[in-house]
Design a binder for this molecule. Sequence first.
Ligand code: FES
Length: 103
Amino acid sequence: MERFAPKKDVTTRLQTTFEVELAQSGKTLKVSEDMSILEAVGNAGVSVMTSCEEGICGTCETTVLSGEIDHRDSVLNDQERAAGSTMMICVSRANGDRLVLDL
Ligand code: FES
């Protein structure tokens, strides 16, 4: 299946500030409400492959080690979302105070 547009409902969802721990890099970042995890990770000097940056291509898929995810992408199916083991860090966010990523 190919998708060509980001989901529309995500732009109306509340943006909150949360913390992201990068397990491999040993860094903990604050992700403010006006930035994506991808931006915060890039600002910390950690490189992640990206393409669309709209949650539709899957290039930035990142393994999640712990934390509840607010999935905002159009890539993962319901089962993958429920598993909570990966996320698209260009658009998806935390559904809580903290996420731990395998970066
Ligand atoms: S860069 Fe395309 S889904 Fe994140």
